[in-house]
Design a protein. Structure first.
Ligand SMILES: Nc1ncnc2c1ncn2[C@@H]1O[C@H](COP(=O)(O)OP(=O)(O)OP(=O)(O)O)[C@@H](O)[C@H]1O
Ligand SMILES: [Mg+2]
Length: 69
């Protein structure tokens, strides 16, 4: 079975104003794997999927907000 990476993201951060929805998310999926994203309401599941699908842009790593952390 092939173990090639199918999807790989790293350091994904997304802020909505002062709300930090995602903080340096790293995630990879190999071909054939099935994953479930679990989390409480507002954990950032939808935001992560929208970024993976390209429907939202991540917050640039060097934004002023991130730089203050
Ligand atoms: N368009 C937006 N504008 C401002 N804040 C947002 C926006 N979308 C999401 N958020 C905030 O970002 C955080 C993550 O939200 P998100 O919808 O990604 O979580 P979720 O895990 O999908 O939640 P749920 O289980 O309720 O669907 C929450 O604090 C939410 O209020
Ligand atoms: Mg959601």
């Amino acid at each position: 079975m092939s173990v090639k990476e199918f999807l790989s993201i790293s350091g994904i951060t997304k802020t909505y104003g002062v709300v930090k929805a995602l903080s340096s998310v790293t995630f990879s999926v190999r071909k054939g794997e099935i994953h479930t994203i679990l989390g409480e309401n507002g954990a950032g599941k939808s935001t992560l999927v929208k970024i993976i699908k390209g429907r939202k842009n991540r917050t640039p790593a060097r934004s002023p907000w991130t730089a203050r952390q």
